[in-house]
Design a protein around this ligand. Structure first.
Ligand code: SAH
Ligand code: SF4
Ligand code: F3S
Length: 445
């Protein structure tokens, strides 16, 4: 019987993309997917260290495998990669001595060889590189989670050094992938039947600065749309770099989903400056106004950090005002957590934890009200939905995503099976709006 693997992924879409490559690599080296963490012969963790709780969850899960590993006669190989692997390298083995392989963000392709080396040497192997050992991981074999969707990285790394953020320290400087390589991968995906791609980068809007001397993201959108791909998403957009050319391209190209993730982080100019975000709340609001003017049906989402060191009630009120003004469809809200090695981790933070928590709760309530309001405005409209499967709670209900990336539940039309709808676009009339999902019925069979 062939060996089995289990891959557990934390963190952002970059890691999800790497995770599909890791799975593809293990498959092509002859292994088959295992069903649980405990029973698999090889376990791979792709980790995130952007916030403390992500960091702790990983440690907890790896630690819990220790007894499983000793109890198994044939043993189990445990590999830890991704951003914690990159950051901690050898140090991980001091804390988690039962780990067999530590790898980083720049050498995913080496994983099968590292596992083999650890197995034959019967001791842990660590390989963490400062620079990419390979081109973009897209060149590696992939085992995609959904046949109709693919992640397409266009940049890796980040040059922004927001003062709270660990990403530039674990992903390195920003490097753009040549445009022809992005286009040829997308064309190949279209030929394979992929309907939707997500262009990935920590800051897609600065795409091309290193290669061409100027950002050329709008050009990427046009070139990718010309391949005939049905739907294009992208993340993440830094507000300081989102150009009018990009807004124009979004408005002009029907394949680009009317959906944008535009992290604001804060609405206070003082805090934004301390975060090194390099825009003001007024810049952000004016950008949002231009976006809604060009794309009236845009679904807008954001990331907000509450409790940055020294945040006052006034700063927080400015964030609440910005959230109200931006009319978000969704917001990912985070309580600030210091990351060793970042400048913000050195700042004094006099605000008591309960005050931060209370602000966080107020923010979440406002975000929910905003999401519900945006969803209610969609009742009665027709939306183009990509069906992804059935509802987790009820197999007679189809679920899918609108252009705005909202979950939609639709009763399975009589006489059809869920399989016929999975990975297919259809028009849906919306007749129900909740905070986190919509309801409707199909307008075509
Ligand atoms: N490149 C993207 C996302 C980076 S990480 C961007 O620039 O938006 C995703 C989100 O995690 C960030 O947008 C931020 O809101 C949050 N985050 C990053 N570091 C954090 C920290 N130290 N504490 C709390 N939240 C943090
Ligand atoms: Fe982190 Fe800022 Fe880069 Fe985003 S833009 S990855 S928040 S440093
Ligand atoms: Fe986390 Fe690394 Fe992404 S730290 S957010 S997985 S780049």
């Amino acid at each position: 019987m062939s060996e089995t693997y289990y891959v557990r992924t934390f963190g952002c879409q970059m890691n999800k993309h790497d995770s599909e490559r890791v799975t593809g690599l293990l498959r092509s080296s002859g292994m088959t997917p295992g069903t649980t963490l405990d029973s698999a012969d090889v376990v791979v963790f792709l980790t995130c260290c952007v916030r403390e709780n992500a960091d702790e969850r990983l440690r907890g899960q790896v630690a819990s495998l220790k007894s499983v590993k000793t109890a198994r006669s044939g043993g189990q190989l445990i590999a830890v990669g991704g951003c914690i692997g990159q950051r901690d390298g050898e140090r991980l083995l001091e804390q988690l001595p039962h780990v067999d392989v530590v790898f980083g963000t720049h050498n995913v392709a080496h994983l099968p060889a590292l596992l083999e080396a650890a197995r034959s040497a019967r001791r842990p192997v660590v390989e963490v590189l400062d620079q990419a050992a390979e081109g973009f991981t897209s060149d590696l074999p992939a085992e995609r989670e959904h046949p109709w969707h693919a992640w397409v990285p266009i940049t890796v790394g980040c040059d922004n050094f927001c003062s709270y953020c660990i990403v530039p320290h674990v992903r390195g400087r920003e490097r753009s992938r040549p445009l022809d390589s992005i286009v040829s991968e997308t064309s190949a995906l279209v030929a394979e039947g992929v309907l939707e791609i997500t262009l990935l980068g920590q800051n897609v809007n600065s795409y091309g600065r290193d290669l061409y001397g100027e950002p050329r993201f709008a050009e990427v959108l046009r070139a990718v749309a010309a391949t005939g791909i049905e739907r294009i998403r992208f993340a993440t957009s830094h507000p300081k770099d989102l150009s009018d050319a990009t807004i124009e391209a979004m408005a002009e190209l029907p394949a680009v989903a009317r959906s944008l993730h535009l992290p604001a982080q804060s609405g206070s100019d003082r805090v934004l400056a301390a975060m090194n975000r390099r825009y003001t709340a007024a810049d952000y609001v004016s950008l949002v106004d231009r976006l809604y003017a060009a794309l009236p049906d845009l679904a807008l989402s954001t990331d907000i950090i509450v409790g940055f060191p020294g945040e006052t009630e006034e700063d927080f009120e400015a964030t609440m005002a910005l959230v109200e003004r931006a009319r978000y469809d969704q917001a990912f809200t985070f309580i600030y957590s210091p990351r060793v090695g970042t400048p913000a981790a050195e700042l004094e933070d006099p605000t008591p934890r309960e005050v931060v928590q209370e602000r966080f709760d107020r923010l979440v309530a406002r975000v929910q009200a905003s999401a519900l309001e945006k969803n209610r405005a969609l009742v009665g409209t027709a939306q183009r939905v990509l069906f992804t499967g059935v509802s987790k709670r009820d197999a007679s209900v189809l679920s899918g995503r609108t252009e705005g990336n909202k979950v939609v539940h639709v009763p399975l039309p009589a006489g059809s099976s869920a399989e016929e709808w999975r990975g297919r676009f259809a028009e849906v009339r919306i007749d129900e709006a909740q905070t986190w999902f919509l309801g409707g019925y199909t307008l075509e069979a």
